[in-house]
Design a protein around this ligand. Structure first.
Ligand code: NAD
Length: 499
């Protein structure tokens, strides 16, 4: 049995707590490694070391820090296959999807290669007589990243690349279900030239997280995970005087208007609803066709596409559409929510419950599930399912469909399929959701924009990556300066008349 480690001061360090979590192979249910769970004492010691290392790193000029990111980006490209394999092995997603996970993280590293420009301050010449003002962005010190299981490469990279580029040290606490990718990325960063101690990867569970939240040295916390934990971490971090941005769960709707191309909408829904087994915070989990004809036409097109989907382990080849969900508990929870949908009167059109695959009988596979006639009162609509389940909520008109999205507790992503620019524009302007797709199913913004939801999908200020990350991971200091007139011409020896 492989025993994983932490990554501290540039080395793999064994855990000392004696507590471990199982790292599973979700396709077989086998335990493939054990990951140590850090104690508060271990965490506090690691944070103290990071604080020492941060001083020299903050004093390293931004261009040199950016060069570390350049080398890091090159190494990620060189090791893309290894990273994708690590992601797939612990998460269960397909290899092409795992490469996408690494790629979307790499793109944030690429933006960080422009750190000197992004950190440039502001200057006002002669704001008053002989008075100039300038503002500079300074690193916070030691910051923390706490990340979820569903993007083992992308989200740790979203956290570490901007935080480090700004001159901070970072404590990364990855999900204990998928720790290996973060450990590997830390090794690549060392090879890229990051000084020891500037990135510390500490594995753990609630004890380690609480130690971060209560440690006075930690200046900011960037969290991604489920809404209840996001809210908890935001509250505790803020109470302890830390800057915090905590991104939570989602329930993403796609409106399908009567003038939409239904074949394109159905193709998009199948990918956005079932890709990565629905374990994406930007997955579309609710289809909202407007009008009976649209709804009937959409369902008619979805069914044959869903029947063709191939579910299996990532090792079964690249034509697999999606893999298992993360744990037996996740599978049981998803199947329980499907049960509740049936009990509460939704129409089950394809049933993914009870799927077993030959040779993988203990894997956590759930088949693609499609519901029709779901209503806003049902649990299958209200809860984040985080599985391969697509609910159809039929609406009679555009305003009702828009209001359904607006009244939902979450506000991460949404999409509209239509041929009418005016409707699309109205939707984008009025919807209270952070990321909007127009004829685009999963509108994860590119790395030079920023990512963030509204409502219960995010707590705290500013978004992840892009210019917002450079604001989140720095403090602004503004200097107002005046220099009194000095001697410019050499000494004066003669009496002068008073001016
Ligand atoms: P999770 O909330 O269970 O875990 C996230 C992190 O919090 C992990 O590192 C975990 O160790 C830690 N954690 C768990 N329980 C804790 C507790 N009681 N106290 C302190 N720390 C705790 O989330 P998950 O299951 O790993 O990830 C899936 C969730 O993440 C989904 O809800 C998904 O929508 C969300 N997500 C959101 C975004 C976004 O940007 N909004 C992106 C990806 C995933």
């Amino acid at each position: 049995m492989q025993e994983l480690t932490h990554y501290v001061n540039g080395e793999k360090v064994a855990g000392t707590s004696g507590r471990f979590a199982d790292v599973l192979n979700p396709a077989t249910g086998e335990v493939q490694a054990k990951v140590p769970l850090a104690t508060k004492a271990e965490m506090d010691a690691v944070i103290a070391k990071a604080a020492e290392a941060q001083v020299g790193w903050a004093a390293t000029n931004p261009q040199k820090r950016a060069r570390v990111m350049m080398k890091f980006g090159q190494l990620i490209n060189e090791h893309m296959d290894t990273l994708a394999e690590l992601v797939a092995r612990e998460h269960g997603k397909t290899l092409p999807d795992a490469r996408g996970d690494v790629q979307r993280g790499l793109e944030v590293v690429e933006v960080c290669m422009g750190t000197p420009s992004l950190l440039k301050g502001e200057f006002t010449d002669s704001g008053g007589p002989g008075i100039d003002l300038y503002s500079m962005r300074q690193p916070l010190g030691v910051v923390a990243g706490i990340t979820p299981f569903n993007f083992p490469a992308m989200i740790p990279l979203w956290k570490m690349a901007p935080a480090l580029s700004c001159g901070n040290a970072m404590i990364l606490k990855p999900s204990e279900r998928v720790p290996s990718t973060s450990l590997y990325l830390a090794e690549l960063l060392k090879e890229a030239g990051l000084p020891d101690g500037v990135l510390q990867v500490v594995n753990g569970d609630k004890e380690a997280v609480d130690a971060i939240l209560d440690n006075e040295t930690i200046q900011a916390v960037g969290f991604v995970g489920s809404t209840p934990i996001a809210q908890y971490i935001y509250g505790r971090a803020a109470t302890n005087g830390k800057r915090a941005q905590c991104f939570g769960g989602a329930k993403n709707h796609m409106l399908i208007m009567p003038d939409a191309d239904l074949d394109k909408a159905a193709d998009a829904l199948v990918g956005a609803g079932f890709g990565a087994a629905g374990e994406r915070c930007m997955a579309i989990s609710v289809a909202v066709p407007v009008g009976k004809e649209t709804a009937d036409g959409l369902i008619e097109r979805l069914l044959p596409r869903i029947e063709k989907l191939k579910v299996g382990p990532y090792t079964a080849g690249e034509d697999i559409d999606y893999g298992p969900v993360i744990t037996a508990q996740a599978k049981a929870r998803i199947e329980g929510l499907i049960d509740s949908g049936v009990e509460q009167g939704a129409k089950l059109l394809t049933d993914g419950r009870g799927l077993t695959l030959q040779g993988y009988e203990n894997g956590y596979f759930v088949g693609p599930t499609l519901f029709d006639n779901v209503t806003a009162e049902m649990d299958i609509y209200k809860e984040e399912v985080f599985g391969p389940v697509l609910s159809t909520v039929r609406m009679d008109n555009y305003e009702d469909a828009l209001n359904l999205v607006k009244d939902n507790a979450y506000g991460n992503g949404t999409a509209i399929y239509t041929a009418d620019g005016d409707t699309a524009r109205d939707f984008a302007n009025r919807v209270n959701v952070g990321m909007v797709g127009i004829n685009f199913p999963i509108p994860v913004p590119l790395s030079y924009h920023t990512f963030g939801g509204w409502k219960k999908s995010a707590f705290g200020d500013l978004n992840q990556y892009g210019p917002d990350a450079f604001r989140f991971y720095t403090r602004t200091k503004t200097v107002t300066q005046r220099w009194f007139s000095g001697i410019k011409e050499g000494g004066e020896f003669n009496f002068k008349a008073m001016d």
